[in-house]
Ligand binder design. Structure first.
Ligand SMILES: *[C@@H]1O[C@H](CO)[C@@H](O)[C@H](O)[C@H]1NC(C)=O
Ligand SMILES: *[C@@H]1O[C@H](CO)[C@@H](O)[C@H](O)[C@H]1NC(C)=O
Length: 418
């Protein structure tokens, strides 16, 4: 039941992925016909029957759709996860994503930062995801693998190039590999949940130090140094995440801006609401210095390019401005033919405090500004606070993970792929 309601909720999104062909495959199986039979035969030679009409005509000329599966915890989801799922999707036609249950994460890694509901919202919000399976097991056992192949009609199980070992030391994907139904993708460099937790914890430490009035010991360089990111933004990555399309003729362009730091379920929901008000959603992302000026030296947690990729990966977003001004000018409105400027009611980026004036004064005077009720009460700060509140557990969990991450980087070799 839960599974069903989640599915229909995804289909409720802006992009509808028709699932008819899955139904047709089932019909083919019931008739005892192989898919290659359908693909190989010329449509006119089929005897007239119910299935030779309409949609079927068109679909018979298409190849069987390959369904691929990838799973993960997706705790503190970042563009590395998004990129992995993008690569997985490229290995098939339909991407099914298993989201590991809270209980399994607690048992295997320690407490998750995000709830199942939040993790589902984030994964379903990605433009490459077609279906989600909530409460997936942490390691694929034989029973679950069979249900993937038989019930979910999965053709291939996908995993990154880092080894995934079961507690007994065996390869978690041995079964799938033996069945010839395993494919590998390249790990995305430069980010991991461990790294992000580390950034949040060190940012909180610096904030604490400065609140104690020990300002002198805290120079700017130190702050920057604690946030070293291994991420190297390339133009190709940005292209891979882009839709590559501008607004169509007569499109109604909606604009929303913000920091979008630590991209979370609240962001997905507000972007969805904004997209529903028009045909094209343009998102302005504040540069790092703007976020720093509004929220303090230890912000943003994620850099401009990292934040831009996270927003671009969202299915409701059509285009982003990488480094948008906090004040919306008449020129911007004309350049992008913006019909409506929106702003969420739950937002922590207080640009007006910085600019000293209302950043939305121009769109307001033109009568094209709308305050949008934020569907969720989550902010970047509230997520960071969960980690800080659970500081000891996460520090421990992180120390362990950091060691294996260091080992990975020390031993890493070039792997081809994108
Ligand atoms: C600009 O946006 C409006 C909708 O607000 C649309 O009717 C118009 O066609 C757009 N202009 C162009 C040149 O696309
Ligand atoms: C932002 O700052 C302005 C000016 O300091 C203040 O009036 C306003 O209430 C603040 N808004 C939020 C959401 O904190």
């Amino acid at each position: 039941m839960e599974h069903e309601s989640i599915n229909s909720w995804i289909w409720d999104g802006v992009y509808y992925h028709p699932h008819l062909f899955g139904g047709l495959m089932l019909t083919a199986a019931l008739l005892g016909l192989s898919t290659s039979y359908f693909a190989g035969i010329a449509v006119p030679s089929l005897p007239y029957s119910w299935y030779s009409q309409g949609l079927f005509h068109k679909k018979t000329r298409e190849k069987k759709r390959i369904r691929v599966y990838m799973d993960g915890c997706f705790d503190l989801m970042h563009y590395g996860h998004a990129n992995a799922l993008r690569q997985a999707k490229a290995l098939g036609d339909e991407l099914v994503v298993g989201v590991v249950s809270d209980e399994e994460i607690v048992a295997n890694k320690g407490p998750p930062v995000l709830s199942m509901e939040e993790r589902l919202a984030l994964v379903s919000g990605l433009k490459w995801v077609d279906e989600v399976i909530p409460n997936a097991p942490y390691a694929i056992n034989e029973q679950f693998m069979r249900s993937l192949f038989n019930e979910h009609k999965i053709d291939y199980i996908i995993h990154g190039d880092d080894p995934c070992l079961l507690p007994d030391g065996t390869d978690a994907y041995a079964l799938a590999k033996k069945a010839g139904r395993y494919k590998q993708i390249k790990r995305t460099e430069g980010v991991s949940s461990t790294d992000i937790v580390g950034r949040i914890l060190s940012s909180a430490e610096h904030t604490l130090v400065s609140e104690k009035g020990d300002e002198s010991s805290l120079n700017h360089k130190q702050c920057e140094g604690s946030h070293i990111s291994q991420f190297l933004p390339t133009s190709r990555r940005i292209v891979q995440f882009s839709n590559g399309k501008g607004p169509g003729p007569n499109a109604r362009v909606v604009y929303i801006d913000g920091a979008f730091d630590l991209f979370h379920a609240g962001h997905v929901e507000i972007l969805k609401s904004a997209r529903q008000l028009g045909d094209f959603l343009l998102v302005g992302i504040y540069p790092d210095h703007t976020v720093r000026e509004c929220r303090g030296n230890n912000h943003p947690i994620m850099h401009l390019h990292e934040r831009s990729l996270s927003v671009l990966a969202c299915r409701y977003v059509d285009e982003v401005i990488i480094g948008a001004p906090s004040e919306i000018t008449k020129d911007m409105i004309i350049t992008f033919n913006i019909s409506l400027v929106v702003h969420g009611t739950v937002a922590e980026s207080n640009a007006s405090a910085m600019v000293g004036a209302d950043p939305y004064a121009v769109p307001k005077s033109m009568g094209i500004f709308r305050l949008l009720e934020s569907p969720k009460d989550i902010t970047t700060t509230s997520i960071a606070q969960r980690i800080v509140a659970n500081h000891e557990a996460y520090t421990k969990r992180n120390a362990k993970k950091t060691k294996s991450e260091k080992k990975y980087y020390a031993e890493k070799k070039y792997v081809s792929g994108d």
